[in-house]
Structure formats: C-alpha cells, structure tokens
Design a protein around this ligand. Sequence first.
Ligand SMILES: [Zn+2]
Length: 338
Amino acid sequence: MAHQDHAPGRLMSTQPPWLEPIRQRLVLRGRDGWLPSGVLISGSPGVGKALLTTSVVQSLLCQRVSSDEPACGECNACRSLEGGVHPEVRLLEPAEPAEPGKDILVDAVRDATEFLTLSGSGGALRALIIRPADALNVNAANALLKTLEEPPAGATLFLEAARPASLPATIRSRCQQVDVACPSIEQVHEWLAAETDQYERVAEAYAASLNRPLLAREILTDSAALEAWETDRQILTGLLSAADLHSTAAALQRSVPERLIPRLQALLLSAQRLLLVGQLDAFGEQFPRERLLDFARARGARRLAWLAQQALEWQRQSGANLNPALRSETIALALGRR
Ligand SMILES: [Zn+2]
C-alpha cells in the first residue's frame, strides 16, 4: 500500500486528477453512512484502482480531515494505514502477488470476512480490500456472498477488478460498480509532466507503459522500471532485423515474458498500422521507422494481423509454467516466417 513517493530526490507525488472526483464522491457518501457494503472498482490496468481505494479508505479514517478533503498523511491513522497495520483495514491479495493470476483462496476469504465481524472499534469504517478481485477463485467468491448480503455494521468491501465481467454475477449484483474511465492522453501527459523532471520522456514513458498511467509514472521515476523498458526496446529493435532463429530466441529470453510479450504485441500492431496507413503510433515512434517498415513489408498485413493475434495467445500462456527456451523458440519461429 505504501508507495515510493517520498524517496529523496523525487518530486512529491499528486493524486491523478481523473481519480479525484470519484474519491470525493465516495468519501462524502462514506461520511453520510451511505457507502454500500460492496464497492466494485473497475478500470483498465494501471489506471489507478488501487490508489483510488487506498485514498478513499485513508480519507475516511484520517483523524485530521473532515468533508471530502484528502487525508493528511501524518496522523496515527494515516501512518498505520500506510504501514499496512491499520486495525480497521485488511488487504486481501493472492498468496504470491509476484505471480499474476494466482488465485485468492477460500481460506483467505474466510479469514478476512471473520476479521470484519470480530474487529471494530466503532470507528468510521471497517474495510476489506480485495486486490484484485479477478483473482478470487469460484469457492473464494462464494465465500464472500454472505458477507456482501449481510455485512457487519460499518463494514465495506472494496473489490478492484480490471475484468469485472469475469466475476460471478452473484458478486457483481451485490456490489455497486464504480468505473474508473480511461483519462485522455492530454490529461495523462499533463499529470506525468508534473510528476517528473524528465518532461521530454513523458510521451515515451506513456507509450512504453502501453497506456497505463501509473506504470508510466514508474518508468519516469524508478530507474529499475526505466531499465526494464530500455532492455525491452533493445530486444524488440533487434527482432526487427534479426538474422536467424537462434539469436531471436536468445534475445527473447533476456526479458520477462509477462512484460515483453504485451510490448511485442504493441509493436506488431504499430507495424501493421505503418504498413496500412503510413503512420506511426506512439509506441511505434519509439523504434527506427525504416526498420519497422522493412519488417512490416517483409511480412505483409495479413501475416502481421495473425502475429498480433498470436501474441495475445502467447500472453495468455505467459503466466503458465512453460519451458522458457521452448516458448522463445515458438515465438521466434512465428516471427521469422514470412
Ligand atoms: Zn491523517
């Protein structure tokens, strides 16, 4: 829950402006005691769902602010929340959050819902945050139903989901859905420019993030994220004119599939667009135009469309425990064929 906004040398971080009206609305409802027992926060990856939930909960629990102001960040409640130890807040995540797609299991849900009934200092709010709710397996989702139907007094469940449609209808119908709409590119650029001293890299970072504002901020402020992008760009640039299967497969293995394959897919779409419309999109602009065009011409529009479709399949498999060498060779083989 804590983020690295206060590290020395970094600019003070601000709440993305597209989240602020939603935060205010939910906080006011909470102050009036009208927060529903289930709030389903939906929106695309990196749009700020977790930030929104955290700031709503923190605003409501902060000891210094009233009305819809943002939390102070300094009082005891704010500090314990940022440290992940607030007694009225429980965060439910997959057992190993480093592995996306890992399930949230039924025992963890039982444990967390019990917390809602046991604790309670009679404060403003008792919150269970499920991050992401897409990770609830069927049994775990079922175990939530009773709590959503008959919530203990003062309890609210916040379910964050990039794919709310994948949740059981029984869960969705018991929650009030709050959708975080995608901000305009201008809005994101403006916010990112205020978050960094590298203004000239804002458009690049947003393209590199595949339009995920919070990841774009990470690329601008965290050297590891920037380095990861530089590596991926190098690998992808190499792929555009790779001579043989083995060097392509070896290059692919220099990155993490979960990170590289979505970027590979974006590059394939850029190549397709360049071939058909003669224009580069923001992602394609990060690569040498002539090499991208040569790559696109050698394959043709139909082949590129097929590859982009394939990339979605590779992406679905990227969480699975496949042999990395075999996976890289499969991709290299598909890319090399003309
Ligand atoms: Zn506070």
